[in-house]
Design a protein around this ligand. Structure first.
Ligand code: DC
Length: 213
């Protein structure tokens, strides 16, 4: 694994992971993988197939069987575009339980390792990249931000939704992601923690790239 150039960027919702990870990938000329989009794609496929997101065995089978084509700008699930659907309320409501499913995680982690191996590494963002997927990553970063800043960012991204209800939804997902038994959201040993509350994307990306030097 050590010959791979993996930059792991983990943290809770709204910590700035996606924008920062994309900016870091651009600066380093590396590919970028949004692993949260993979769990969202499994939730989307389960809903489309009429599978109950809480049916552990059936959803694990969905994870093993989906044809997932995820690029920087698009997500195609079983040949059908899902770029918008994976960000919608139905998938967002179902994704925590899907991501807590051990069978789903085994399959997604295998696909994430294969993705990095095929291209010699990349910038990978998620919740467990530094703790589980690539504990030997060249650099592990854990991004945080205050609850208020995170709610404001997510509400803005969603087109001006109410900050209070977005904050409540983030709290619910944080609790589910941090409290689950399999691969909970944690600061991985050796991860550099960066609070992005008061920083712009470029400043955070500068710091991350600076940590490599
Ligand atoms: O980052 P996001 O909000 O798109 O993530 C969607 C869900 O997937 C969220 O509940 C956290 C979970 N997730 C995970 O468990 N492990 C990852 N590596 C990435 C996301």
């Amino acid at each position: 694994m050590s010959e791979l150039r993996v930059i792991a960027i983990d943290g809770p919702a709204g910590s700035g992971k996606s924008t920062v990870a994309r900016a870091v990938a651009d600066r380093l000329g590396l590919d970028y993988l949004d692993t949260g989009a993979m769990y969202r794609a499994v939730a989307c496929a389960a809903l489309r197939r009429g599978v109950d997101p809480g049916d552990v065995d059936a959803v694990a089978e969905v994870a093993r069987s989906i044809d997932l084509d995820l690029t920087r700008d698009a997500c195609v699930v079983d040949g059908v575009d899902a770029t918008t659907d994976i960000r919608g309320p139905e998938v967002t409501g179902a994704v925590s339980v899907v991501a807590a499913n051990p069978g789903v995680r085994v399959e997604m982690v295998a696909r994430q390792r294969a993705w990095a191996t095929e291209r010699g590494g990349g910038v990978m963002e998620g919740r467990d990249i530094g703790s589980v997927v690539f504990p030997d990553a060249e650099l592990k970063v854990y991004l945080t931000a205050s609850a208020e800043v995170r709610a404001r960012r997510r509400a803005g991204e969603a087109g001006g939704l109410d900050v209070v209800s977005v904050g409540a939804d983030i709290d619910r997902r944080d609790a589910a992601d941090s409290g689950r038994e399999t691969s909970p959201l944690v600061e991985a040993p050796g991860a550099v923690v960066l609070d992005t509350s008061e920083l712009g994307v470029d400043e955070v990306a500068d710091r991350v790239v600076g940590l490599l030097e």
